[in-house]
Each structure stands twice: as C-alpha cells, then as structure tokens.
Design a protein around this ligand. Sequence first.
Ligand SMILES: [Zn+2]
Length: 128
Amino acid sequence: MSKKKKQQGHYCRICGRFRANEKFGGKGHGEHVCKDCNRDIQEQKREKKRATKQAAEVGLPAPKRYPMTRYQAGSYLGITPSAFDYRRKTLELEPCGTYEGRQGTGFLFDMETIIAVYHFNQEENQEE
Ligand SMILES: [Zn+2]
C-alpha cells in the first residue's frame, strides 16, 4: 500500500495561486490569503488610513474606497467623472495607478490629486 501523499499548501484567493504552507502565516492562513498578498492588503490599509487623515484635514469625509476611479472620485467630490477628469488634467495631475475593469483599463487617483481637484473646484465656485 502506498501512502497517499498529502497535498501540501493552500490556495490564495487573492492571487489565485496554489502555494506552499510556509507562504501562509498567521491570520492569512485561515483567510486563504498568502503572505505576499497579505502584505499588499496591509499596505493598502495603511494607504487608506493616510488618505482618510489627509481628507479629514481639508474637511472631506473618509473615503469608502481608496485609491479611487474617476467615477468614485467624482461622486466623492460631488462632481461628474468628466468634470473630475477635466480638472485634474488642467492641474496636470497624473493617475497613481491603473485597474482592470469591465470597460478595460482605467485609472486610479490618490488623495493628493483628489484634494487638489477639490480645492480647484472650490476656487472656481468662488469666482462665480
Ligand atoms: Zn496570494
């Protein structure tokens, strides 16, 4: 009788890879998230926390999602996505990253950009 080899490792639900046990640790183990992905998630949490603090400093509410797409940033600031895009282009601000959506690749924006657009928008409103 051959001993059936026990399958080692776990499936990571974030990166979709089947990885060795040692690639999982602590909390990530039960949640099916490998150490690499877990590190990314922790990093994102820190980023969001930082963004929340930046937003609070200028009187904006805590962002639900971060970084934001132009749709999210627009609704966050109470302007249309194209208005957001137009303003950030006028300010020559670059996206901080991209994401793969149903409509193809989209851009993501960080809090510095969103706040800059917010201030720009306020200045415009004052001129009216
Ligand atoms: Zn992973």
